[in-house]
Design a protein around this ligand. Sequence first.
Ligand code: FES
Ligand SMILES: [Fe+2]
Length: 362
Amino acid sequence: MTPQPQALRSLEARYYTDPAVFAAETEGLLARTWQFAGHASQLANTGDYFAFEMAGESLFCIKGRDGEIRTFYNVCQHRAHQLVSGAGTTRVVVCPYHAWTYELTGQLRAGPNIKVVEGFDKSTVCLTQVRTELFCGFIFVNLDKDAKPMDEWFPNVRAELASFVPNWAELKPLEWVEIPENCNWKVSVENYSECYHCTLNHPTFSTGVIKPETYDIQPQGYCLRHTTESTSLDQLSYDIDSGFPNNDKYSSWFLWPMFSFQVYPGNLLNTYHWRAVDADHVVVWRGWYSVGGEDNETVRRMAQQDRATTVEEDIHLVESVQRGLKSRGYVPGPLVIDPNCGVNSEHSVMHLQRWMREAVDD
Ligand code: FES
Ligand SMILES: [Fe+2]
């Protein structure tokens, strides 16, 4: 008798609810993947810096005299006081505890009375640096010194994004929309990464932005690339005449594990950044960009429309799923994998769940 093929089942609930899984992700996954830190426009001038948290660490990015953006662990190499908080501009980094002073390259420059320490060579002291990459104006960092570059993790994405947003170097954030969700970050990411639920749950998106029957999501390394034809352009609620190629297209590049670039027709760049709080909570930051960060009626209207429709609709879905995952009555069901892929297929969730398993079990 030929064995029946086994349907691939969705991940067991504990992956989304168990604090031990969350701890493993924080220490493992987040410490060896590329994470969004901020936008290069936040560091326009020499000495500009901002601090941020990632994988349980405090870090800061700072712009050097050579124009390079570097990232350091936010810890003094004397007796471990934190160096900076928030954002600002400085000529040198001065530790608030005993005033040891570091160059913008992280090199120790001076400290009160350190000359008395025999055999102490200050040239051997430097802040601990973190791998940093600029990706179309976005700053990403990776705590893993040996991490492969982003172009290997996410093949072709840089070139594709640049072709959808040719003016990326002129863009600055116009709006940040904060969306707290009572669910595990993976529930939110999975929901973002399939459109099997779109027609039923996102009437505005499905009729006003995309043509669901043309929607597909395919892996590209550790990127999930969303492509679709747009709604006939006269149905769009705004003017897309940007003068750039690809101005009639919607596209999205989800970068595993917690970031996505999204481009709306009219070459409108917007982003998702998931920040996991604990096993049951995530905050999603939606970034909206305009030339020079200048007020732009269309971008603001799109940000508002998106928050009021797609985002609002998704909150209810993901929070209900999180409650369901905690039910004793839940048995993981089969993923609906269509060999032809397309909008009514969950092959993209299959790829995600493989990465999710890898992150925790390997
Ligand atoms: S801990 Fe920074 S100067 Fe002492
Ligand atoms: Fe959705």
